[in-house]
Design a protein around this ligand. Structure first.
Ligand SMILES: CC(C)(COP(=O)(O)OP(=O)(O)OC[C@H]1O[C@@H](n2cnc3c(N)ncnc32)[C@H](O)[C@@H]1OP(=O)(O)O)[C@@H](O)C(=O)NCCC(=O)NCCS
Length: 479
């Protein structure tokens, strides 16, 4: 008998049963290279689809990235089963207790806690890059009075790029950020500094009040509250320190969360080497959606709709029959309580001490307790996430509901920038370009108009083929 040598332990051996071909792939960091599967090519049989591209090897199909690591990163680690989160090795609980938002932002972006001198300079710099160009203020001021603040935030960052031609690789050369660390740092500082000002401006527009110039002698969150709430610069208003501190902790908790939808967007868009302002606008757009940064707003709307504790059982029945979603529960990575939600629950009490108890909290607590006892949530490992409580704090602090995603976006700017910088410096320099499985029509020849059938949607009244949408009767009468 010939002894077959076992493959090395840290490898994966795969046999393609179509051809008998075997490949052995190294397992590194408990992962395998998806490109290794390109070696498994096959010849299509009769009836196989040409579009399945047999000649280029097996594709790895992973819609919604359920099990695909798109980057390797040194920034943030989440143990979803244990409910543990750390940034650059530091547990989130320690950062929330001992750090502040700007220091955590520095840690995320530059990899280490700053020294005393570095911290001073960093905070000074960020707080001295808080002004927006006058013309940008005019753009923001021209938005509709009832615009969603996230629309303003996204638009302001997209427009901000136009005010920073020196930051634009399309104008300055594609390797701008590889060759010039000063430009990279300058724009990181600018973007963090201006994010709070844009946020405050988005609120002032809606109140139809003039913008208030930022104050560089305040902390990041104090200044943001000041720009939102001061009646005028001359008034000498200083926000409540307890609220500024609570917001600062919330900002630490929201600063980064590895490859979430908006951070993945930042990395994806950034991989084209577009300027960071445009990439931030794209990331903010991703965060705007109700399944991501819009969830804290959705939680409050949901709890308001439930209204009273006695309506909870019926609501949970509707969730179980998939008529409703329990916003603020569930997470792609956490299969345990989100550690941030525990910290936020404690911050909530500090805020209630300052501004009064939020009446919806009792319904929220009862809803959480009922869900955590229910088999539907237990079996699916659905626990409260960060958004479950944050909205209640923001509501207690008097922020309008549609402003909540802004309070997520401003601190997340730090995480977006950390990933953007890491991708540029340590990524493989390739543009992100996922593959797809084409399952549509096979190749066919163009049909002339007279050869096409009218089988689609025919409006019975007018007899014309229409797309189902709201048609203007006046316009359609001309057809
Ligand atoms: C966050 C979220 C998008 C993660 O989604 P995901 O990882 O794709 O999880 P899935 O949608 O595959 O959920 C798995 C199962 O749990 C159910 N589920 C997940 N979250 C749920 C929720 N909040 N309410 C009710 N059911 C939920 C799904 O319907 C699915 O049930 P099924 O097995 O019967 O089909 C999802 O949990 C969600 O929509 N939560 C509410 C929105 C929210 O709070 N977002 C903020 C995240 S920080």
């Amino acid at each position: 008998m010939v002894a077959t040598k076992a493959p090395p332990r840290d490898t994966l051996t795969v046999t393609d049963n179509r051809t008998g071909k075997q490949i052995t792939i190294p397992i590194i960091h408990n992962s395998i290279q998806a490109t290794a599967f390109k070696a498994l090519k096959a010849v299509p049989r009769d009836g196989d689809r040409e579009e399945d591209d047999y000649a280029n090897g097996i594709r790895v199909y992973d819609p919604a990235f359920m099990n695909t690591a798109a980057i390797s990163s040194k920034i943030t680690y989440i143990d979803g089963d244990k409910g543990f989160l750390m940034h650059r090795g530091y547990p989130i609980e320690q950062l929330a207790e001992k750090s502040n938002f700007l220091e955590t932002a520095y840690l995320l972006i530059y990899g280490e806690l700053p020294s005393l001198q570095q911290k001073k300079v960093w905070e000074f710099e960020v707080m001295h890059h808080t002004f927006l160009a006058e013309d940008l203020m005019k753009i923001i001021g021209n938005m509709r009075y009832d615009s969603h603040p996230m629309s303003i935030f996204i638009s302001a960052f997209a427009a901000m790029g136009a005010f920073a031609p020196d930051a634009n690789p399309s104008l300055q050369g594609r390797n701008l950020y590889l060759n010039d660390k000063l430009t990279m740092n300058k724009n990181i500082i600018r973007i963090i500094g201006k994010a709070a000002t844009v946020a405050a401006a988005s609120m002032r527009v809606r109140m139809n009040r003039p913008f208030i110039a930022p104050r560089s002698d305040m902390t990041y969150t104090e200044n943001m509250l000041y720009m939102m709430d001061a009646i005028s610069g001359a008034e000498g208003y200083r926000p409540d320190k307890r609220l500024a501190k609570a917001l600062d902790i919330l900002f630490i908790l929201h600063a980064d969360h590895e490859m979430n939808c908006s951070t993945a967007t930042m990395a994806h868009v950034g991989s084209s080497l577009v300027d960071p302002y445009s990439a931030i606008a794209a990331a903010a757009a991703a965060l705007y959606g109700p399944l991501h940064g819009g969830a804290n707003e959705a939680v409050i709307r949901m709890i308001e709709r439930i209204g009273t504790v006695d309506k909870i059982p019926q609501f949970l029945e509707d969730v179980k029959s998939k008529k409703e979603l329990l916003f603020g529960f569930g997470h792609r990575v956490y299969r345990n309580t989100d550690p941030r939600s525990k910290i936020i629950r404690e911050v909530a009490e500090t805020v209630f001490d300052a501004v009064g108890r939020e009446p919806l909290i009792d319904v929220a607590i009862a809803l959480r307790d009922a869900a955590l006892k229910d088999e539907f949530f237990i079996s699916r490992k659905l626990f409260p996430n960060v958004d479950y409580w944050s909205g209640l704090i923001y509501k207690a602090m008097g922020f309008p509901l549609d402003f909540f995603p802004i309070l997520f976006a401003v601190p997340r700017v730090a995480g977006w920038l950390a990933h953007w910088k890491q991708s540029l410096e340590e990524g493989n320099g390739k543009i992100w370009r996922p593959r797809q499985l084409y399952v549509g029509e096979p190749r066919r020849d163009y049909l002339l108009l007279e050869e096409r059938s009218e089988k689609e949607v025919v409006d019975p009244k007018r007899g014309v083929t229409v797309l189902p949408h709201f048609l203007s009767k006046r316009r359609m009468s001309k057809l």
